[in-house]
Design a protein around this ligand. Sequence first.
Ligand code: ATP
Length: 502
Amino acid sequence: MAKAKTANNPLMDAIVGLCKRRGFIFQSSEIYGGYNGFFDFGPLGVELKKNIKDAWWRDMVHRRDDIEGLDSSIIMSPKIWVASGHVGGFSDPMVDCKASKMRYRADQLFYSPVVVDGNTIGYVSTLEDGDMEATAQAAAEKMKRKQGVQGELAPVALKEYTEADPSEYELIPSPATGEPGSLTAPRDFNLMFETKVGALSDSTATAYLRPETAQGIFSNYKNIVDTGRVKIPFGIAQIGKAFRNEITPRNFIFRSREFEQMEMEYFISPEADWKACHREWIDWCKNWLVSIGIPEEMLGEDVHPQEKLSHYSRGTTDITFQFPFGEQELWGVACRGDFDLTQHQEHSGKSMEIFDETTKSKYIPHVVEPALGVDRVLLAVLTAAYCEDEIDGEKRSLMKFHPRVAPYKVAVLPLLKNKPELVERARSLYDRLQRRYNVFWDASGAIGRRYRRMDEIGTPWCVTVDFDTVEKDGTVTLRDRDTTEQKRISEDELLAFLDEQL
Ligand code: ATP
């Protein structure tokens, strides 16, 4: 697990701890000591993840007339990855520490000279995170003290390791050992996982696990145009696994080696106002995030400067989120122009042109792509939902999940488990609710403890069946997770209430 950055981050520790304790997320292969960059989703995690994916699919595909769905294979012809540029250029700059055998992404390793009265007395280094300026400044002060140098210490000026002059490599300390002299020059490392397909094991059998779902869309674009009734502008959406051999998987599920993506390619005319279309999609994405419970004030926008754009992009804006370890990319919205379809037309020899009924012209469309990581948005949902408060002098941690994504929508609790009339009545309500929603049944333990359990896994409502239910008016107690308010309502009112809320 990406322990380095979570170790001194109480919020992150609390989220990771709750995820393990309550069965949301486990480290993969834990009984064998774990496997870095891979995670397993337990009974609650799989529900939360499925609800997020279902909400996206519902809004992106079902509720739009202009978008179609697709599910393409994970392993595709290696020619696709040559055409897309991934074989040649899908790499990150990597730097090795020869002493510790640790590996870092050179663009996430920062360094600064330590300057006292204009003289450089050494170098400090730090890994990218929200506090890196402060960490580096503290290290610089320590160096000055240790060397017994007098004079004024200049503020550190952090630069990416990729920008270091070769003469500086030897002088920059390794983040693993704190000592200089063991870091290598940065070199490109291709992030695609290779595998072999078929009985032969020579180079012709080499294939790749897809590093993005987008190419499955581009390579099926022609099938969909030829078989569907799509008209420009239209989109193709896909949810599926992607794999990247990340040099430094970290921050829990934020950056892992196996993850899921929800991508949509929106095809527009080359004459269309792509900037306006880009803006519309950025707004759509932000509204969707708010609809699953992410507060708007935790979102931001990061416009990529022209010189840092990916090879395929003419404009990219990342929607960012305030993760516990700092503001980071959540959802990339890229204008890919006609790069991908043109490449596939050239490499496959098949025409990627579409006939536009409105303008009576033929062209290769341009593309706007909102690309979101399921695991990353799940971490954002967990971060936004996590809170602690005090109820009747007792501390509680709760997950304020939006009802749309909450693993369980409602819990049914008979007040006492040894009173058959209560249990029977509660069970019949449970069966009735279960036909519509994922409902939790909990008959054991003090009622307060059972409420706390539901708070911690983010169940928005608890329904308690007590003696008044069976002996008097048939009403049940409905308890709200966030306010802990309780009110009595009839079973029919309960069904109507849940129907409206969900
Ligand atoms: P980064 O710069 O963080 O490596 P990227 O810009 O390469 O990411 P894209 O290729 O645009 O990412 O991928 C689209 C989305 O997929 C990202 O916005 C993110 O939500 C998700 N994603 C990318 N890489 C990972 C990963 N290693 N683990 C989890 N999610 C990821």
